[in-house]
Write a protein that binds this ligand. Structure first.
Ligand code: NAD
Length: 288
């Protein structure tokens, strides 16, 4: 009989990190008489963004962090939106700022994102923070890559010298994750659409001791491609026949892997908590 992979339960891992943050925030409150205050800036009412904001609010409240959602109309000009970010940046009562995507076409997301001060950059997306991450000089790191690293650490398996293969090379997941894995001395391969076009995805996936998939294509990776005993972290979120599934075919992958994240309930719940962790780090930076 085949042994099944151990499930990396995101809710359980998120709870352990939440407990730690709750303690830190309580300690900040008694020492400084204040707690981190985070502001989520959203333009319009995209349903996915609203659902994400609701879960952020719930988690912030559980930890004891103050959380505010600032909603702007779709018609806001680039100039007014820039000014809103500049004002939040200057406000000493705001410790962290997050910019929700999507933004309307007339708003240049990256220009505005770079107005967020590096000490308030909740998502670690400011170019300066990305640069600091490259040098291993900041604790404010993009949330999803951090969540992936927490899942890998929770297995207790050493990353050093392992073959880590990332499928998906976006600026918010795959690329920053590759830096974090190199920092831990994994040998890292980053695959993307051109790897598939060249017909070489299976070959790379098959070498992975640690496989992370962040593409957004339901069941792109069948279990038969996965090296027996691999750690599999599935970041993908896809809706198929009204159900949420990942980028990895879970049932067949579970027969090959040693550890695997479910979708939903794997990387997602930890990502939200990492936003709060960044809020706590930002607060520490501003009060040190
Ligand atoms: P993206 O569209 O920005 O990037 C996708 C990447 O996948 C690109 O590098 C592209 O080259 C690559 N790709 C596309 N088709 C491919 C193929 N056939 N073979 C190999 N590579 C291919 O996506 P993203 O924003 O990084 O998100 C990826 C997935 O992760 C989505 O499903 C998204 O919903 C999910 N996501 C989840 C979380 C979470 O917290 N759980 C956070 C962010 C993103």
């Amino acid at each position: 009989m085949k042994t099944m992979a151990k499930l990396l339960d995101g809710k359980q891992l998120a709870q352990a990190i939440k407990d730690d943050l709750t303690q830190q925030v309580a300690e900040m409150k008694s020492r400084l008489n204040k707690v981190p205050r985070l502001v989520n800036v959203m333009i319009g009412h995209d349903s996915g963004s609203c659902a994400y904001a609701n879960s952020q609010k719930r988690v912030a409240e559980q930890i004891g962090i103050e959380y505010e959602l600032k909603n702007f109309p779709e018609t806001i000009s680039q100039q007014d939106f820039r000014q809103a970010i500049i004002d939040l940046n200057k406000d000493p009562d705001v410790n962290g700022i997050m910019l929700h995507k999507p933004v309307p076409k007339h708003i240049d997301y990256h220009t505005v994102a770079n107005l967020v001060g590096i000490e308030k950059d909740l998502e670690g997306i400011n170019v300066a923070n990305i640069g600091k991450m490259l040098l291993g000089e900041t604790n404010i790191i993009p949330c999803t890559p951090q969540a992936v690293m927490e899942h890998i650490r929770s297995t207790g398996v050493s990353i050093r010298g392992k073959e880590a293969v990332i499928v998906g090379a976006s600026g918010i997941v795959g690329k920053p994750l590759s830096i974090l894995l190199v920092e831990q001395l994994a040998t890292v391969t980053v695959c993307h659409i051109a790897t598939s076009e060249a017909g070489r995805l299976q070959e790379h996936v098959g070498r992975a001791d640690i496989l992370i998939v962040a593409v957004g294509k339901a069941r792109l990776i069948p279990g038969s491609w996965i090296k027996p005993g691999a750690i599999v972290i599935d970041v993908g979120i896809n809706r198929v026949d009204g159900k949420i599934v990942g980028d990895v075919d879970f049932d067949s992958a579970q027969e090959q892997a040693s550890f695997i994240t479910p979708v939903p309930g794997g990387v997602g719940p930890v990502t939200v908590v990492m936003l709060m962790k960044n809020g706590v780090e930002a607060f520490k930076l501003q009060n040190s």
